[in-house]
Ligand binder design. Sequence first.
Ligand SMILES: Cc1ncc(COP(=O)(O)O)c(C=O)c1O
Length: 364
Amino acid sequence: MSSTISFARGAPCAEALSGDLIARCTAAALAKDATRILSYGAGNGYPPLREALAEQHGVQPDQVFITNGSLQGFVFMLQSLLQPGDLVAVEAPTYDRALLQLRLNGMEVLPIQVQADGLDVDALAAACEAGRVPKLLYTIPNFQNPSGATLSGAKRIRLIELANRHGFTILEDDPYGRLRFEGDPIPGLHETAGGAPVTFTSSFSKTVAPGLRVGYIVASPEDAATLTAAASRTYISPSLLAQAAINQLIADGGLPGNIEHVTALMKERRDAMVEGLVHMPEGTVCTPPQGGFFMWMELPEGLSADALFAPAADAGIAYVKGSDCFVEGGERTIRLAYSGVSPDEIREGMSRLGDVFRNAVSGG
Ligand SMILES: Cc1ncc(COP(=O)(O)O)c(C=O)c1O
């Protein structure tokens, strides 16, 4: 059999990883600031990068907490700002690793459906009216992992009003927002709210390189101090060399160009995957994403993406079962990451996947 094509991993393709650029940034950072970079540092990250991010988000540097990847920041939040048993609302579907961490940390999870224009804010409002007010809402408003959906501007405003009315915090996780293929950017929740009740998190994993492990949180000074104490207890200080390289990239003005490069690569891949929808059985539902890494599909009635996972693997295709991204249900749904594979692999992979699914429809 020909080699496996993986639509499973939400990682950038090799062409998106600019080794030479990172080498230059790292060398320049070390030439300027080697002693600070190579020493133990502050638990909340490399100060110049905290300052640059604070400026970008219109906050003070003591509100920026930089971690070894944004998932780690999320875990620190669960462990030091929440209690086991707290109610946390999530999108249904949501990022599978976030869901796993919520479970591992003993949170009660309240799933709220994602629609074509993002989270069903009316459903969250109804839950709050019925007394199910979450402590935290975890949302990925742009090109959501896994659905690819983007929260509309009108819903963003209503969501902030709802959080203010009921006193819950919104955690806005936005690693994909700058990778937009078409349409106008929509102002973020943190940006729109001017701070509270929104905590913001993002990452350079998708726009620069996941191996650098640089993610960050923008929170209140009090919450940032609590998170910093948790980080200091755990690893003293985060890895500073990667943060210094990112800081240099920003200072040199190289980040927008890199994002443009990555966005063009991802758009080409999204287009190839959308073309591949012709291979899918009649009744397959898909709203192509306008940015990011993922395309989401719902198979027609009678087919199970869970049951077809093994036959797809036999045909050399890996995908993420949509059901992994829900508290319950979602057996007909699939997350396909186009980010890590070439357009040719996408064409071949969608054809193979279509064969497996159409074969299942015809009872083969
Ligand atoms: C929505 C979302 N949040 C967080 C992460 C984690 O990113 P990081 O590499 O910064 O830990 C991912 C990675 O897939 C993601 O999709």
